[in-house]
Structures are given as C-alpha cells and as structure tokens.
Ligand binder design. Structure first.
Ligand SMILES: CC(=O)N[C@H](C=O)[C@@H](O)[C@H](O)[C@H](O)COP(=O)(O)O
Length: 269
C-alpha cells in the first residue's frame, strides 16, 4: 500500500488510541496489544500507540497500521509527544506507518527546532521519508509524519513544513490554545477548510455522536482514546456519579418519611 492508499484507508475511519502509563493496571505492551486487537474487532482502522515497544507489539498482534508516538518529559521543555529526531527514528524502526509529534510553537528540549528535527529525520531515516522503496513490514511506501497541533496557526505552519497530516491532539493542552471540556470541533472545521492535507480530529471525543460530528465538520478520521481504552477513568466517572447521587437520595427518603402520616425525621434517622 502506498501513502495514498494508507490515507484512503483512514478516510472516515476510527483510530483508537491505546495508551497506559506506568502504575496503571493495563500498563505494558502485552495489554496494549490486546486492547488494540479488541479495537480492531470493533471496527478500528488504525491504532495510536506510545513507545516503540508498544508499536511493535501491536503491529505483530493485530496488524493494523499504527500511529506511533513516544511520550517523554524533559526539564527544559513542555513538549512531550515524540520530542526529538531520535524518537521519530526509533518509532519508524519499530514499524510505525505514521509517526506523530508535537508541532506546537513551544520550545523543544535541548533547543532543537521543528525544522531541524524534520531535516534530521529525513537525513537519517533508513526508510526514506520522501523517496519510494516499500519495505516488507511497511504499510506505506514511506512513514508519514503527523503534526499534533493546538491551534489553527500551528496547523498552517506544520503544513508549510511538509507534514503529511495534522491532528488536533493538543488543543486545550497548551496554555494559549482554546480551553474547553469538550472537543475542539471549530479547530477541526477551520483546519479542514483551509489546509490541503488531511486533518484528524483528536482530543476529548467521548461519545460516538461527537466523533461523527467531527467527520461532518471535515475531519479525515477521528482518534478516540480515553472513552474506549482507559477503563479506570470510565469507572471513576460512574463511581463519582453514584457518589453525587447519594446525598440527593438520602434527602428524598427523609422528605418521604417526614411527609408520611405519623412519620417523623427521627424515624428516618
Ligand atoms: C494531550 C495528550 O497528551 N494526548 C495524548 C496523545 O497521544 C493521549 O493521552 C490522548 O489519550 C489521545 O490524544 C486521545 O485523546 P482522548 O483520550 O481525549 O480521546
């Protein structure tokens, strides 16, 4: 499959983000590969995964195209999604068909620039990023680069730098981007209208309806993570809702006891 074939395959598709952090019950490539297989069984067309180990495990088990990222934190920068050229190359070696990286305007670790990073990746990549030459494990003739952005301006800049596709991943996660509890559908719509490369909707799509709306607004595909693959977060939502309900129920029962003929508040207590 060439890069156009891969992008065509992702058109209108669900991409499931399978990520877990150290200390969480599902942390580990084995769990993430099982999660990816379950997502595939449910109709996902691709997987977004963190670290070369998870990318390799997921590709081996479920065989779907993988968008690889590598989250790393540094004391001198807020950038944490695939911060450096060597991270990109490690993900390419692990078999990622697409590598996503922070393309915000924030300063990067070690003072590296986004332009410099792209030049390094192109220079050192074994699977050329701009030339042909299909490799056995590759789903595409070259690894595509996805820009994770937080604003419209960052999207335009990333397209000008030669990224293959954009994702709205970081809207709400930079200090200067729109802060909202829901997904940034306006950003999806604006980028889709103004950019010549595919725009992926990502970040806080927590219902099927919101994901479908993103396609209506022009998204090429939708990435869903937390709402599908983070069961402890989902469990907490339910548990918190029940906890919030308890005082209301208690008050209801108390009112019912007091208003019953012969009933009293003491009886309820
Ligand atoms: C901001 C950031 O670091 N986003 C990360 C990017 O890979 C993941 O933690 C998210 O789960 C992913 O973007 C999917 O979004 P959501 O989990 O909201 O469906």
């Amino acid at each position: 499959m060439d890069m156009h074939g891969l992008l065509e395959k992702l058109k209108g598709a669900l991409i499931v983000s399978c990520q877990a952090y150290p200390g969480e019950a599902l942390y580990g490539s084995h769990h993430m590969a099982a999660m990816a297989q379950a997502a595939k069984d449910g109709g996902a067309a691709a997987i977004r995964a963190n670290s070369p180990q998870d990318v390799a495990a997921i590709r081996e088990i479920c065989g779907l195209p993988v968008i690889g990222i590598w989250k790393k934190t540094f004391p001198d920068s807020e950038v944490y999604i695939t911060p450096s050229a060597s991270d990109v190359l490690a993900l390419i070696s692990a078999g990622a068909e697409i590598v996503a990286l922070d393309a915000t305007r924030r300063s990067r670790p070690g003072g590296e620039t986004l332009e410099g990073l792209l030049a390094n990746v192109r220079r050192f990549s074994e699977r050329p990023l701009r030339a042909g030459g299909e490799t056995e494990s590759s789903g595409s003739d070259r690894t595509l680069l996805m820009a994770d952005v937080s604003t419209f301006e960052e999207g335009l800049a990333a397209e000008a730098l030669g990224f293959d596709l954009l994702s709205t991943t970081l809207s709400g996660y930079t200090s200067y981007s729109r802060q909202d509890s829901g997904p940034d559908l306006e950003l999806v719509e604006r980028l889709s209208r103004e950019c010549g490369i595919p725009v992926v909707a990502e970040g806080r799509y927590d219902t099927p309806e919101l994901a479908a709306e993103a396609l209506m607004r022009g998204a090429h595909a939708v990435v869903v993570g937390t709402a599908i693959t983070r069961p402890h977060t989902l469990s907490r939502r339910f548990a918190d809702a029940l906890k919030r309900e308890q005082p209301a129920r208690k008050a209801e029962r108390k009112n019912a006891a007091v208003s019953r003929p012969g009933g009293s508040e003491e009886e309820f207590l």
